[in-house]
Design a protein around this ligand. Sequence first.
Ligand code: GLA
Length: 404
Amino acid sequence: MSPYGLFDPPPMSAITPIGTAGTLGASTGVCATRAAAAEAKREPFGALADGTPIEAVNLSNNSGMTVRVITLGASIQSLRVPDRYGGAGDIVLGFSTAQEYMDDSNYFGATIGRFANRIAKGRFSLDGIDYSLATNDHGNHLHGGKRGFDKVVWTLDSATGGSAATAVFSYVSADGEEGYAGTLHVTATYSLDDRNVLHIEYRATTDKTTIVNITGHSYFNLAGADRHGSAMAHLVQIHASRYTPVDALLIPTGELRSVDGTPFDFRAPTPVGQRIRDGRDPQIRRGRGYDHNFLIDGAAGELRIAARVEDPQSGRVLEILTTAPGLQFYSGNFLAATTAGKRARLYRQGDGLAFEPQVFPDAPNHSSFPSARLDPDHVFRNSIEYRFSVAAAPEEPPASAPAR
Ligand code: GLA
């Protein structure tokens, strides 16, 4: 059985646990012989150009993982994970200073809200009231507007260690911010345990009926974001039989289309780059690659597998689970070597892959899509898990095999 009890794991021959993962897990009932290990440490992360101080929290565990989250955007700034040889590498794109995050528009590692993805013309109506949101993407609303959750400074409410290292961030979005109704109280909780599972939980409550769609926007390059090049050789599997095709401005048309026989069929692990230049598919042309929302199989509201990503070279494997109904898969198409990230590395198209569990784009304008509505006395919740492991190295040919 899966140690997580949620889905069938890949064959054990394909996956080996990292470090001591499993020996401390609750499912084994085995007591740890060493002290509880996961730690959360706060530290300064410099300041914005206007002097606003930014704080960071470092979460670390006993299995070789560390995660740094900063108060600007409650963003994952670095995520170090061992490869199959035990060497830790930073596998997310981003910057080493806070002001670079402020000046950039790629949403590296950020918390996205109030509404992740696009709302056509920034308009929608709810209970007969018409709303007009800030527009920031070809006349449409994208990722919360001109000043989304990625560009505000969150409060680091707590940082605690123990069987998991946990940091809780909060932000209060004022009534009317970017055109949205209601005062919205938001928390983003990051929790790292010794199984190399990073659990992220977004919650929000409102005092007026409104819409909410909060997610995280990390770009992964499992080979190591500061060393290697493109992520196009990563094997991606997305547990979705349908996706939402888009118009020329990446707004869903409303159709729920089968992935069957299209470059959007990731039901079996497939190298990202294999079909990304298939210009016969107008959807690939519109997205300049993948920039589409997939309907995750299974029941929304339950934590279930959405995607699996593997870098064959390093062996790093990332499984993404979520309670959200959809998953935006964005293959880093707008990265154009105009941005120098950590260690001055220039990010080029396809250098990082974003997987954004969310309510469907433009949901407020499609009654057939899952609803993004949030009423007072209800809690918006999006749970996401990143589970890291390593795939075994491909088998060496036996020493006696004739050289080819
Ligand atoms: C999302 C969008 C993309 C792009 C990126 C940020 O993933 O779907 O079109 O805007 O964010 O560059």
